[in-house]
Design a binder for this molecule. Structure first.
Ligand code: UT7
Length: 317
């Protein structure tokens, strides 16, 4: 049994195509002012038609592998969190395994915007249980493929991208604790109604735009602030971490107002709260690892700093 699992390397990937709010306002009835004021978003990146979630996941993974100075063949586990898999089956992780020319066990996790923290928790547990030495945890989503450009309430909020970390055993410090939560009564507030076994693809589902994201934004907003506050408070209390010894709070980047409201409830200073939603919008399962990578590359994190990563997503997860 290994006791402490550490994130030893990070990497992220954003598709080349960058879209400003002004660009978006040519596709849907909105404005830069509305998007910035209501969400904090200024830009997002979108994949090209032939660029897949697995391609972005592979690119982020390659950066992690390069930064860690290891080979893909050294990796024992690949866990991919995604809501926009290349295919319903098999898992996107198997494609990443093939792209990397790795022999790792590979599977997907579906917990929407909280997918990365779920995948991280699974990776940590499996390494602790002796399933291997090195685990790649990846969050990757191409939400642009399921956005409805006739729905301004959702289409302006999302972007595409991928982020990844390498998990390895450590003797000094590492991931101290994980807490996962679900409120299944939230499923109706944010989902994609068709394409699964409930509503298989038919002329009717296509005509009624059932293969796109549907959201009750106000309901999700309210639950997100409470959900992220409650779970963060619980983990801080359990591990006796006070605001004074918390270096950085990385929350899922869905809306700057949600993060600000959560941070205000927690009484955190601005320096403790990481924000990059302005650059990438909501990248779903990729948001936390991209933020982590940005924070690390901007020298905001040092060995041994206390960091909390918190997410909230459809489900509610
Ligand atoms: O990753 C987890 C999942 N998602 C989230 O966490 C998102 C949670 N929700 C939110 O972030 C916010 O609820 C939104 C950003 C989606 C919406 O912000 P809001 O302050 O709750 O706005 P609203 O829905 O109350 O809409 C206000 C007004 C409406 O007009 P009226 O009825 O007041 O005349 C909307 O029609 O803004 C209008 N509106 C827009 N106007 C310009 C809605 N979307 C847009 C738009 N551009 N894109």
């Amino acid at each position: 049994m290994k006791n402490i699992i550490l994130m030893t390397s990070t990497g992220s990937y954003l598709p080349k195509k960058k879209m400003s709010n002004h660009d978006i306002s040519k596709l849907v009835d909105t404005s830069d002012e509305w998007i910035q004021q209501r969400s904090g978003i200024a830009f997002r990146h979108f994949v090209e038609k032939d660029e897949l979630t697995s391609d972005m996941a592979t690119n982020a993974a390659k950066k992690v592998i390069k930064n860690a100075k290891i080979n893909a063949q050294d990796i024992d586990l690949i866990v991919v969190a995604t809501t926009t898999p290349d295919l319903t089956f098999p898992a996107t992780a198997v494609k990443v395994q093939k792209n990397l020319n790795s022999n790792a066990i590979a599977f997907d996790i579906q917990a929407v915007c909280a997918g990365f923290v779920y995948a991280l928790s699974v990776g940590v547990s499996m390494l602790k249980d002796g399933f291997g030495e090195k685990c790649l945890v990846i969050g990757a989503d191409s939400m642009s493929k399921i956005l409805d450009w006739n729905d301004r309430t959702t289409s302006v909020l999302f972007g595409d991208g991928a982020g990844a970390v390498l998990l390895e055993a450590s003797s000094n410090y590492g991931i101290i604790d994980c807490e996962l939560g679900i409120d299944g009564s939230g499923a109706d507030f944010l989902n994609m109604p068709a394409g699964g076994s409930l509503n298989r693809a038919t002329e009717h589902t296509i005509k009624n735009k059932m293969h796109f994201v549907k959201q009750n934004g106000a309901a999700v907003f309210k639950h997100a602030v409470k959900g992220m506050y409650d779970i963060t408070h619980k983990i801080m209390e359990r591990n006796k971490i006070s605001n004074e010894n918390l270096k950085l709070f990385i929350a899922h980047q869905a809306n700057k107002r949600i993060i600000d409201a959560t941070a205000l409830k927690m009484k955190l200073s601005n320096e403790q709260v990481f924000i990059n939603i302005d650059k990438y919008a909501n990248t779903t399962a990729a948001s936390i690892p991209i933020a982590l990578c940005d924070a690390y590359e901007n020298n905001l994190l040092n060995k041994g700093d206390n960091l909390i990563m918190t997410a909230f997503g459809a489900g509610f997860t």
